[in-house]
Design a protein around this ligand. Structure first.
Ligand code: G3H
Length: 434
């Protein structure tokens, strides 16, 4: 990363780390300031001295923390055959960038610089507010403190900032994000992974917003314990579809501009049928394809295909149904949905259990081994509040009874004996019994 403080570098780093990890690319982020803090503690260094341009000790401390950070990155690469290490720091001089590139290249690591350049004061101010509310460095400090501290750092760094440009660094691969995504410059993008990162950064949204998720209402297949298929809603499922309209009006603040996305399957479209908002149907939102097990109950699968049944329990993320899909396959086809969701505001996605687990895992950073086992109950509207440094979850229960479609590991019976819903963090709002 390259850029002055309060330019959204940590935000972009965290988003890229989450996106690439979700796509199963080993990714780790290394924050230079955490190395600096460790060094400062051990050297009993005062914060105030650090950004004083005339202070030699401060200069030394910054150099040491840079070396620590690079050391940790190289160490990480020595334990990973491939992957992405993000150096989340200012790296604002050409000299330091040259050194980074040379060091990494001698270890056979490609360098992509991502500069966040922002001279729009209102965006910098908004980012400082976000940092104050959500960054671990400032959460316990007042806005005034954060503002004064960051302004001091910005002034200091600005005195020797050399923004990236083709004239001086034409041989480097870089992405330059201007004013937090209103314009992007790219130079020497040479690999598929680099181009995915460019595309992702182009879609990034820094404004806090909500994304709304729901499973379809209970279906006839759900009542029979069957997976897959293209069944109609049950009577209770239709009740949820009607309730969803009221819930949208009550809980979605700007529902007048809401867009509803569904899969191509009947049960999601029926669930959306009372919602008076523009709708879009995505094949990519269809349920995980159970292949030759489509239309069977888990008990039937355990009886007819015992080896497959066990293999899926053993590694649910990777297991692919014969002629069907695995969770990994679902993630691959969901990538365009994630890109669109990053770009949009105010969308309600009505889809299926496995697909919602994958979408939720992306926004909440749930590990791939855990995500296929998450409990996402029927008849619940999920609100994701996307903020700069984290996502808050609220579950709004319609309180319309429905069967459980959850199967625990090691059994073919449906139902939850453990409270798996804890993985779905956040507050729960109950709309009252019906
Ligand atoms: O097969 C359809 C289910 O919604 C996916 O659930 O992965 O827990 O079996 P499962």
């Amino acid at each position: 990363m390259v850029g002055l403080p309060a330019r959204g570098k940590s935000f972009i780093s965290q988003k890229i780390r989450r996106y690439l990890s979700w796509l199963s690319v080993p990714t780790e982020s290394f924050t230079q300031s955490s190395f600096r803090k460790k060094r400062a503690e051990s050297l009993k260094f005062m914060d105030d001295e650090l950004f004083d341009p005339l202070n030699e000790k401060g200069k030394k401390l910054r150099l040491l923390s840079h070396q620590d950070c690079m050391g940790a990155i190289l160490n990480w690469f020595s334990n990973h055959q491939s992957g992405v290490a993000i150096y989340d720091g200012a790296n604002i001089t050409r000299d330091i960038r040259k050194k980074i590139k040379e060091t990494l290249s001698s270890s056979d690591v490609q360098t992509l610089f991502l500069e966040s350049y922002c001279d729009d004061e209102s965006k910098v101010r908004a980012n400082i507010q976000d940092i104050n509310q959500t960054s671990p460095d400032y959460m316990d400090k007042t806005v005034e403190y954060t503002l004064a501290d960051l302004k001091k750092k910005i002034r200091f760094y600005d005195s020797f900032y050399e923004p990236m440009n083709v004239e001086y660094e034409g041989d480097c691969t870089f992405i330059k994000v201007l004013n937090l995504s209103s314009e992007i410059l790219i130079n020497r993008i040479e690999s598929y992974l680099q181009s995915r990162i460019v595309y992702y950064v182009m879609n990034l949204h820094v404004k806090p917003r909500y994304i709304w998720l729901s499973r379809h209402g209970e279906s006839q297949y759900n009542l029979e314990g069957k997976i897959g298929g293209d069944a109609d809603l049950s009577e209770r499922g239709w009740k949820y579809a009607r309730r969803l309209k009221d819930m949208a009006e009550k809980y979605i603040p700007n529902h007048g501009s809401l867009h509803v996305w569904t899969s191509t399957l009947t049960r999601t479209q029926q669930t959306a049928s009372f919602l008076p908002y523009p709708k879009k149907t995505w094949k990519a939102l269809d349920e995980l394809d159970a292949g030759s097990c489509d239309g069977l109950t888990y008990e039937e699968i355990a009886e007819r295909f015992p080896e497959d049944f066990k293999a899926r329990d053993d590694n649910k993320f990777e297991y692919r149904y014969p002629g069907g899909e695995s969770y990994r396959d679902v993630i691959t086809r969901l990538e365009p949905i994630i890109m669109e969701l990053e770009n949009q505001e105010n969308v309600l996605v009505i889809t299926h259990q496995a697909v919602l687990r994958c979408i939720y895992a992306y926004f909440m950073n749930v590990h791939q081994e855990e995500s296929p086992w998450m409990s996402i109950p029927l008849h619940t509207l999920i609100r994701l509040e996307i903020r700069a440094y984290d996502t808050l979850v609220t579950r709004i229960k319609a309180d319309i009874p429905a069967v459980s479609t959850y199967k625990e590991k090691g059994t073919s019976k449906l139902g939850e004996t453990r409270d798996n819903s804890k993985i779905l963090a956040g507050d729960v709002i109950s709309t009252g019994k019906s």
